[in-house]
Ligand binder design. Structure first.
Ligand code: FAD
Length: 447
């Protein structure tokens, strides 16, 4: 059986690895972005000089030959679902690993997969996994064709940013989500003055409760970013390249770069006008099956038809892509398995502040939920715990500048432990014993 996977991100690659663990099926992974899987979340560190691109690849280049996972670098332009055939761009090629001298000496060289060097532009599949990720959201006010206006998602975006920020002194970032703040940090690390335009009255306040939103807003400003709240972009000005932007509030800000970070959306454009059911993303059932036989979808590009309680239909995060990849591999290898994402978790970084969230901590607390919040009087450290008023069971945690143990928080949420229990056992959840020893009394007294 030939399994073809479109996309070599975390979702597609996890599916490929697990199918190989469970079977001997022929596996082909296609990507238009890079020859090999890399960690998208580490892209910022490449720009900041902490890592080289090579370091963002979780597997050595010989791994794919060793595991008989065929790689194609190219674009899937169209899919004929009736004929189970993919149409690839003319520039598509088989990715061949050239062993290094060290690999030859240490004999980490594996027989090369017998794939033709030149590819026909049609590829047949028996089962297809769509794992095409996201694309940056865009709006009409942002002229794509003007040099210096760009989003940040792909490796090519990173290369473009490298080129676009040569001799740049001032940048404006539009949108203040997680990618926006990463971009601000990246540009700031190169001495570029950054203005960030955020439509809301408080930073990321559609996700963060008021106190956390204020804390992060202050932190961003403390790092020298000119954070403008309640401010929207009207237009971008420039002839050959960006020269300034104008806000809806009437201000003109000179800049040579505009970063568009107003969110991402499922990358499904090329699948439109086909029998595949697409809404905002590729619609899947709980088994990650689409409406078409032998066609599955995983990762950022997916829209769950019936998301589990407390989960969103589209969740564009790293670990859910990994879980979906693992789940679909089981189904394809004859153990039909439902996707069970469990307790929601996410983590990110706002400059120096690490952020973790578990369970459900909405920006606005619903009437049946109570919330307790502790913030260090002088340091940028905070903890919030939400719980049901009726039975006192905890429903979510937000931690800032403080690392919680994943397995402990997950267990408490699954077991519906009460807020009183959590208060008493809080040290079990912490990763920073020294910190907790010093502040535990304060935290538990406040919570
Ligand atoms: C800068 C940045 C920072 C992030 N930080 C975090 C974080 O801290 N925590 C977190 O949870 N998430 C983070 N994310 C989100 C996370 O990276 C994504 O959720 C995850 O990478 C999605 O994985 P995926 O496998 O679904 O898709 P992707 O990683 O997007 O991979 C899809 C691949 O498919 C390829 N492809 C698409 N269409 C075609 C086609 N027609 N033909 C051939 N190939 C195609 C694409 O080129 C791409 O290589 C971040 C994202 C970005 C951009």
């Amino acid at each position: 059986m030939h399994i073809v996977i479109i996309g070599n991100g975390i979702a597609g690659i996890t599916a490929a690895r697990h199918i190989r663990k469970l079977s001997d099926h022929r596996i082909t992974v296609i990507s238009k972005e890079t020859d090999h899987f890399f960690s998208r979340t580490a892209l910022m560190y490449v720009y900041m000089g902490h890592l080289r691109y090579e370091h963002t690849k979780p597997y050595e280049d010989w791994f794919w030959d060793k595991n008989r996972i065929e790689l194609i670098r190219g674009t899937v332009e169209k899919i004929d679902f009736d004929q189970k055939t993919l149409h690839l761009s003319a520039d598509s090629r088989v990715v061949k690993h050239q062993p290094t001298l060290l690999e030859k000496l240490t004999k980490t060289v594996f027989p090369t997969i017998q794939t033709p060097q030149t590819l026909p532009t049609e590829l047949k599949y028996d089962k297809l996994i769509i794992a095409t990720g996201s694309v940056p959201r865009w709006a009409d006010e942002y002229p794509r064709e003007l040099a210096g206006v760009q989003g940040l998602y792909s490796f090519q975006d990173l290369e473009l940013l490298e080129k676009n920020t040569q001799n740049v002194q001032k940048a404006v970032i539009v949108g203040g989500g997680l990618i926006g703040v990463e971009m601000a940090e990246m540009l700031h690390s190169r001495g570029i003055h950054v203005t960030m335009l955020v439509r809301e009255a408080s930073y990321w306040n559609n996700v963060l409760p008021h106190e956390e939103s204020a804390l992060i807003g202050q932190h961003i400003r403390r790092h020298g970013i000119d954070l403008r709240l309640s401010t929207e972009l009207r237009t971008v000005k420039g002839r050959a390249r960006v020269e300034a932007i104008q806000t809806k509030e009437g201000e003109e800000i000179a800049c040579q770069l505009v970063g568009v970070t107003i969110g991402v959306m499922p990358n499904v454009q090329f699948l439109q006008n086909s029998p595949l059911r697409i809404n905002r993303g590729v619609v899947v059932n709980e088994y990650l099956e689409t409406n078409l036989p032998d066609v599955y979808a995983v990762g950022d590009c997916v829209e769950h038809q019936q998301p589990r309680e407390g989960r969103k239909a589209i969740e564009q995060i790293w670990y859910t892509g990994r879980m979906m990849g693992e789940t679909v591999a089981r189904t394809i290898c004859d153990t039909r398995t439902a996707y069970q994402p469990g307790v929601f978790f996410n983590s990110a970084k706002f400059f120096d502040i690490e952020y973790q969230t578990y369970g459900d901590v909405p920006a606005q607390c619903p009437p049946d939920v109570a919330s307790v919040y502790w913030q260090h009087p002088t340091k940028e450290v905070a903890l919030r715990i939400n719980y049901q008023k009726e039975n006192q069971a905890v429903t979510g945690f937000n931690a800032f500048g403080l690392r919680l143990r994943h397995e402990v928080c997950e267990r408490w949420l699954k077991q519906h432990q009460t807020i009183e229990y959590v208060r008493q056992h809080l040290p079990e959840a912490n990763f920073d014993p020294e910190f907790f020893e010093r502040y535990e009394a304060q935290i538990t007294a406040t919570l």
